[in-house]
Structures are given as structure tokens and as C-alpha cells.
Design a binder for this molecule. Structure first.
Ligand SMILES: [Fe+2]
Length: 154
């Protein structure tokens, strides 16, 4: 396994987690609409999950003897998923934006899981757990969106 390549992937994912944390966190603050309170509390929970993922990645990078990405200025440079500045603060737009980003993160973790498969079992397991979390988050967001659409059509 190419260590340099693995570190790059982990560092990129770490940047994605920070952007994702902020996207959920700020989304919970700015969201508007009838269901904003319940949506905001879900988004806050998801922000907490992203912060936990960032912690797992950073511990791993340090364990490998490397300094993790240390300057927030670099987050948007090395992240795999682009950070879209929310312009529409409606529940629907915020949910859609997060669904799109979750899909991007799912793709990153699939890549990382494949990369570490049969090479580093402990790390592979950690990454699989994060991947499961991201898939669950995406499903939850889709459910919230569907619920909203049903409600709007009533
Ligand atoms: Fe995450």
C-alpha cells in the first residue's frame, strides 16, 4: 500500500469532514421554513457525526507519524467535494445541498475502503464504519426531503 497516497486520501477526507461539519452546522442556523426546528436539530446531530469522523481521521494520520492538514485555508484546496455556499436557505434547498455532498463523501469513503482492503484491517474497519454513517445520513436526509414533499402536496 502506498503510504503517501493513503495519507493524501485521508487528509483530503479530513478536509471534507470539516467542510461537511460546517455545512451542517451553518445549515442548522440559517435554515428557514415551517419545519426548520426539527430539521435544524437533525442537521446539528449530523454535524456532530462529521466532527467525530474528523477526529477518527486525524488520529489515524497522527498515528502514521504524519502532521495532518493544519491550516483551515487548505480545506477547500484539498477537499474532494466542493463546498457550495448556501444561497437558498429553504429546508428543501438545504437538504438537497447536503444530500449532494453526502453522495460525494460516500464515494470518497468507498475509495478509501477499497484502498485499505486486505492491507490494513483495523483502518479498513474504521473507514467502513464511517462509510456506513455517511450512507445512513444520506438516507435520513432523503427521508426528510420526501416527508417534506408529501407534506407540501397535502
Ligand atoms: Fe463524515
Amino acid at each position: 500500500m502506498n503510504k503517501k497516497e493513503l495519507i493524501e486520501l485521508l487528509d483530503g477526507a479530513l478536509a471534507d469532514e470539516w467542510l461537511s461539519y460546517y455545512r451542517y452546522w451553518i445549515g442548522a442556523k440559517v435554515v428557514v421554513g415551517e419545519t426548520k426546528e426539527s430539521v435544524a436539530s437533525e442537521l446539528e446531530e449530523m454535524a456532530t457525526a462529521e466532527l467525530k469522523h474528523a477526529g477518527i481521521l486525524v488520529d489515524q494520520i497522527i498515528k502514521m507519524g504524519v502532521t495532518p492538514i493544519i491550516n483551515p485555508k487548505d480545506w477547500t484546496k484539498i477537499a474532494n467535494c466542493s463546498y457550495e455556499v448556501p444561497k437558498d436557505f429553504s429546508v428543501k434547498a438545504i437538504l438537497l445541498q447536503n444530500i449532494k455532498s453526502e453522495q460525494c463523501e460516500i464515494d470518497i469513503y468507498k475509495k478509501l475502503v477499497n484502498f485499505t482492503k486486505h492491507k490494513d484491517t483495523a483502518l479498513n474497519e474504521k473507514l467502513l464504519n464511517i462509510l456506513d454513517d455517511e450512507i445512513e445520513q444520506k438516507d435520513d436526509l432523503i427521508n426528510m426531503l420526501e416527508h417534506l414533499e408529501v407534506k407540501n402536496s397535502e
